[in-house]
Design a protein around this ligand. Sequence first.
Ligand SMILES: *Cc1c(COP(=O)(O)O)cnc(C)c1O
Length: 318
Amino acid sequence: MDLTFADVLAAREVVRRHLPPTPMWNYPVLDAAAGATVHVKHENVQPVGAFKIRGGLTLLDAMSPDDRARGTVTYSTGNHAQSLAYASALFGVPCTIVMPAAANPAKAAAVRSHGAEVVLTGDNLEAAQRHAEQLAERKGARLVSPGDTPELLAGVGTLYLEILEAQPDLDLLVVPVGSGTGASAATVVARELAPRCRVIGVQSAASPAAHDSWRAGTLLQRPNRTRVDGLATGRGYALPQRILAAGLADFLLVTDDEIGEAQRLLATHAHTLAEGAGAAALAAVLTRQNLFANRTVAVVCTGGNADAAELRALGTPP
Ligand SMILES: *Cc1c(COP(=O)(O)O)cnc(C)c1O
């Protein structure tokens, strides 16, 4: 079994030593706008601004003292980088993050602020990945795949324990997908706690690799053109895709503009600052009335790391 419910329960013992549960609120004005009962799970309030911290802590906790001494290496431009840097620092483990040369300087600075070393190299994330692999080999460090690492799935699954213990009668649970760690863990938890609840994935139509891989039943590469960072992947990841194949009820695509509209609605109707990826689930609810009208739905606001340019763009809708 790739990920069991027991793995997620064990991860909760780790996560709860470091982080309180996050709030989940319902906003009647948002319900009215969405035409559904919407519970918003607030992972944007995590210390690194996103749910991935749960996975980072679970991974570092599981590493042996020997492995910790050798350190961690990963490749990412976004929240996975911050999560691994934060968790590595907490456990006193050296951490190196490889980012493409043109990475957003604010993101590199955020990672450095957690004490990690940042290596800027290559034209894209694939090139950064190759460099990270060589670096990990040379250092003897643990190379952490953002998608194919079971401890990360177990850790992020704790978020779905919190949601489904609070609202076991949900009709639908809507999860934004990049590599698919969050959505795949959600299906494992839902099967156990709320078998009637359908787990729905959402990705940007401009970066549909996970969506297309799930529909095709095989790992695919796709153009990666979304401006929504957390959802920007160019390929399907094997481990989450295996789990999603068995457990995901449906997978929807939304446009980047629809995501922007949902971000604005979270700001005005739920006093919540979401980054694009954190609003994608709500974007699906707003644009697929046939699926969601009058149902009880949870949407995960997975993160709030919107930078200044993203905030400016929200202020001037297309
Ligand atoms: C990484 C990320 C996602 C996508 O999660 P996966 O587990 O990679 O599918 C969604 N939202 C935010 C804010 C993220 O950082």
